[in-house]
Design a binder for this molecule. Sequence first.
Ligand code: TUI
Length: 308
Amino acid sequence: METRITELLGCEYPLIQGGMAWVAEHTLASAVSNAGGVGLIAGGNAPIDYLREQIRLCKEKTDKPFGVNIMLMSPNADDLAQLVIDEGVKVVTTGAGNPAKFIPAWKEAGIKVIPVIPSVALAKRMEKAGADAVVAEGTESGGHIGENTTMCLVPQVVDALEIPVIAAGGVADGRGIAAAFMLGAEGVQIGTRFLASEEAQIHPTFKELVLKAKDTDSIVTGRYTGHPCRGVKTKFAKQLANGEKDGTLSPEEFENLTVGALRRAVVDGNVESGSFLCGAIAGMVNEIKPCADIVKEIMDGASMLLNK
Ligand code: TUI
């Protein structure tokens, strides 16, 4: 399935793995790359020395292209922007901000630059700034999200840009890819499906929550802080949502409760105070498999539908 994305990234399939903070480390990223997609290591808020090690370990595990996701709200974003150049990373995606100031240096270093964007306006700014492609991320996605849905956002971004568009949000099988392609996307980004992979180095409780989730089991919290996030509707997430709704939690109290909550979910499996970020498609994820099987199954399904 060749598109401008497979050509741009030098991969077999037009599929990149989501840059999930605390989740996307070298074991997962290399497994997705070895399966023919493009795996990503997530920068999140992690220290630079840890990320340098992750990049080097990933290179040991795969000779296929892989990338790094830079979360632009991280205090380490500037250092990570330089690290990807120093370490010869081939692909960079960005999230939670506008990466325009970094793009010239990344292009100079030969890096393929793919900002994740939640709106047409930002997509246009990224194309002007020199991005090679964009990920148009619908509100169905896990983690930090915008308001527009994948179904509405993707075709509008496709119409507005010349560069290729990767669709994200609500894609977890071949039907999702086929649908994204019908909207004009030339690739997909998939996150939630890989939470339930053998290689995902996350607490078993997190995998269980994803496997058990139904269609209505994700929730968005934190709109009033300016950083809305989608995750599993645990008791803790419902408490946050209620506090936000009825005004019993101020934005400051909300922020205090959620500091470190991603780590508590991913590393500790702590359901009392952890934020288990995942997409609205979690209800469709019912089995833990190796990444190679997940990628093959998804791509076979997509090919079958698109060849019909
Ligand atoms: O970035 C993500 N998803 C994330 S980041 C994350 S870690 C985090 N922790 C606490 C608070 C916030 C994040 C967990 N999940 N997805 C890509 C994405 N980017 N979604 C939305 C955006 C975005 C939002 C605003 C991109 C650009 C943007 O631009 C604003 C501007 O500066 O113009």
